[in-house]
Ligand binder design. Sequence first.
Ligand SMILES: C[S@@+](CC[C@H](N)C(=O)[O-])C[C@H]1O[C@@H](n2cnc3c(N)ncnc32)[C@H](O)[C@@H]1O
Length: 252
Amino acid sequence: MSGTVYLVGAGPGAADLLTVRAARLLGEAEVVFHDALITEDVLSLASKAEKIPVGKRSGRHATAQRFINKRLADAARGHSVVVRLKGGDPMLFGRAHEEISYLQARGVRVEVVPGVTAALAASAELGVSLTRRGAARTVALVTPRVAAGERGSHWVASVLAADTAAIYMGAGEALAIAAALIEAGKPASTPIALVEDASLPEMRVQYATLEALPRLATAGGPTLILLGEVYREALSEAVATLRRRGQASQRP
Ligand SMILES: C[S@@+](CC[C@H](N)C(=O)[O-])C[C@H]1O[C@@H](n2cnc3c(N)ncnc32)[C@H](O)[C@@H]1O
């Protein structure tokens, strides 16, 4: 008898953004394999489970992924509820396909439980709709990141074609991202919002233009780049606030 492996979306960090189903499965789980970014608050819901971190060290993704696949299949042989907990939604930039196909090929039952993806959590925090009427009707979720040996993606073309874009795993490559988009024709004045640790108490939000993106600093947490005219108003307000603060600090 083999158990079921549940690929569960842990959401962006705040434990109360988990789905009811995710919380129930964590409570039932005997083993939880989790990503590096999963918060302690979320993990504490798996009160009776053995918790195994399987965060991948960058540059060794392929080997690490094969190892994770095998550990999931092995765990399902001895346990009825195995949870593979992934940040945000498992089906978005989460290597879910590799795990699902490996397990299915070995006759292991797999179920996926969706989670709140970073772009939606960040939008909720900003209070800015990704599809604000009159400004945006299309959204692209992209990443410039490709693993070694994978073919490159058309992320630049997708960002150019969409009204609003959410760029995942891009904060460390801000200079290259801004240069690639501007060179491809995206106006340097396009407003961006840089959202770090969305949904968590330590969240940081910075507004800027695409041209200024490389000058923004992050504190090292997971960071999303949101880009599009829907952020124009928030950018103007942020600039006005900075000016007011600057004038206030110059007053005698
Ligand atoms: C490997 S991807 C996984 C995405 C995840 N499956 C999702 O749906 O959000 C990791 C990237 O997601 C984004 N991210 C995840 N959690 C975030 C958060 N709380 N705040 C901002 N960005 C986040 C960052 O761009 C990070 O580099």
